[in-house]
Ligand binder design. Structure first.
Ligand SMILES: [Zn+2]
Ligand SMILES: [Zn+2]
Length: 140
């Protein structure tokens, strides 16, 4: 198992600092999911994640502090066991879903798109012109 070489393109950490990680390579675009589950997990109108290839992701601290919650459907979320901040989650397709809002500083990120826009509350206004999909995967 190789570790991505530093310096990372971005690093991130939770509120208390127990959990931290690095992302190597070119930073992927940020994707937003507005489904009712991601809204609950984030507490706002969507989540915002980078889908990171496994060879570009490394834990810097606190992997053992990460807790998770999964539904029978397979949907799951993960968070710091101490401060509750969303934490990177290894998705079913082998990519890491990295919470964009927990990255350190202001990395230059572009938006890839929005999914489950049909579930988006009216007060959550999309402010970019990236593609929008009512559900996911796209129907028809
Ligand atoms: Zn924490
Ligand atoms: Zn979602």
């Amino acid at each position: 198992m190789s570790t991505p070489a530093e310096p990372f393109a971005a690093t991130g950490r939770c509120l208390c600092g127990d959990v931290s990680w690095g992302v190597a390579g070119r930073l992927p675009r940020v994707g937003f999911c507005h489904c009712s589950l991601c809204r609950k997990a984030s507490g706002t109108g969507s989540n915002a994640v980078l889908s990171v290839r496994p060879e570009h992701f490394v834990w810097l601290s606190g992997e053992d502090k990460v807790r998770g919650y999964a539904l029978a459907s397979g949907w799951s979320t993960s968070f710091c066991g101490r401060c509750g901040c969303p934490a990177p989650l290894l998705g079913g397709e082998g990519r890491w879903f990295v919470p964009a809002g927990s990255l350190d500083g202001q990395p230059d990120l572009k938006v890839s798109g929005h999914i489950f826009v049909a579930d988006k509350p009216a007060w959550a206004v999309i402010g970019d012109d990236s593609p929008q999909f009512p559900a996911w995967p796209p129907q028809g």
